[in-house]
Design a protein around this ligand. Structure first.
Ligand code: ACO
Length: 324
């Protein structure tokens, strides 16, 4: 028994912010952003919440599937930008798409959130607990971005991607998943407030503690090696090697990281899916957004081996091998 990805979907908010637009907000320039990150533009959710983006990505998935919302048994939303602390964003999504027969919850593993969520849905399907699941990565990072901090505001964007997983007896779908976490590095990236450690207060707002803080350089140094090694672990479990991989879909945090991984494992060029130029870093949403883009572009085809890998705050890293 396996869990197969039978449909993909995505949604991007209408507003686009280019690098040139950013030049008017902070001391930065198009050349620096393109060279150092590979980003050319990002989408910004002006009046939409994370669940609205997520529900639109889920509807896109359902439109491409034979199932209707009442057939869905599980909804998982991976996000670091929930609509509210309580209830879970997944419940707002359930209500918006009318999937009232599903149980639903959120998970937070930052940029690794989508692969973590995929692993949970896979386990539920393989164990027989459910027959299908919608797994969504959705973020409105623009709402926790400090638009005066050029070291972070140029890299993030908003968007949502989703997949439908269905039980199959074919040898297709998720072949292996490996997850890692290391809580010794929680200071590398964080949003300090509001939370139980630092509840909502005027001081937290004035100090900018409600925004993303990131030690970009230190995170960068750890990323390439960790992504390459977790990918090898996942391929070993699937009984494969990097040469068996048709497509690599990495978390899109920085094109230099993605290219560095691709060079290290011999998957350079066409075989590495790049969407950071148009989507920027949308945390848990980058992999499903890139996956839907690659499917829509006709790149990923039935039977292809797809390697997913990610690295995020603080620290989580993960990989999965999928036979399409
Ligand atoms: N525009 C112009 N110049 C800038 C900008 C900017 N937006 N930002 C920084 N600079 C300058 C710095 O001031 C510095 O100047 P100096 O040399 O005169 O001091 C110079 O550029 C280099 O700064 P660095 O911080 O070393 O820049 P770097 O090349 O490391 O790029 C970046 C920064 C893009 C953040 C990179 O470190 C990165 O991508 N890190 C990894 C991020 C990541 O993977 N995060 C985890 C996943 S995200 C998640 O979990 C939600």
């Amino acid at each position: 028994m396996r869990a197969k990805i039978t449909a993909t979907g995505s949604y991007l908010p209408r507003k686009v912010l280019s690098n040139v637009d950013l030049e008017k907000i902070v001391d930065t320039n198009d050349e620096w952003i393109k060279q150092r990150t590979g980003i050319e533009m990002r989408h910004i959710a002006e009046n939409e919440s994370t669940s609205e983006l997520a529900a639109k990505a889920a509807e896109d998935v359902l439109n491409k599937s034979a199932l209707s919302s009442s057939n869905i048994e599980l909804i998982i939303v991976a996000t670091v930008t929930p609509d509210q602390p309580l209830p879970a964003t997944a419940l707002f999504v359930q209500n918006k798409i009318g999937a009232y027969n599903a149980f639903a919850f959120d998970i937070n593993a930052a940029c690794s959130g989508f692969v973590y969520a995929l692993s949970i849905a896979n386990a539920y399907i393989v164990s027989g607990m459910v027959k299908n699941a919608i797994v969504i990565g959705a973020e409105t990072l623009s709402k926790i971005t400090d638009w005066t901090d050029r070291s972070t505001c140029v890299i993030f964007g908003d968007g949502a991607g989703a997949v439908l997983l269905e039980r199959t007896e074919e040898d297709k779908g998720i072949l292996s998943v490996v997850l890692h976490a290391d809580g010794r590095y929680t200071d590398l990236m964080m949003v300090p407030a509001p939370g139980s450690k630092m509840p909502c207060s005027k001081k937290a707002i004035e100090n900018g503690d409600i925004y993303i803080k990131m030690k970009g350089n230190e995170t960068f140094k750890m990323a390439i090696r960790s992504i390459a090694s977790v990918s090898k672990e996942a391929l070993d479990i699937a009984g494969m090697d990097f040469k068996d991989v048709d497509w690599m879909i990495s978390h899109q945090a920085n094109k230099r990281i993605i290219d560095g991984v691709a060079r290290r494992v011999g998957l350079e060029g066409e075989r590495s899916i790049i969407t950071i130029d148009k989507h920027a870093n949308t945390a848990a949403a980058t992999i499903p957004l890139a996956m839907d883009w690659a499917v829509e572009m006709g790149k990923i085809k039935e039977g292809d081996i797809v390697l997913l890998n990610s690295f995020g705050a603080s620290l989580t890293w993960s990989a999965a091998v999928v036979r399409w």
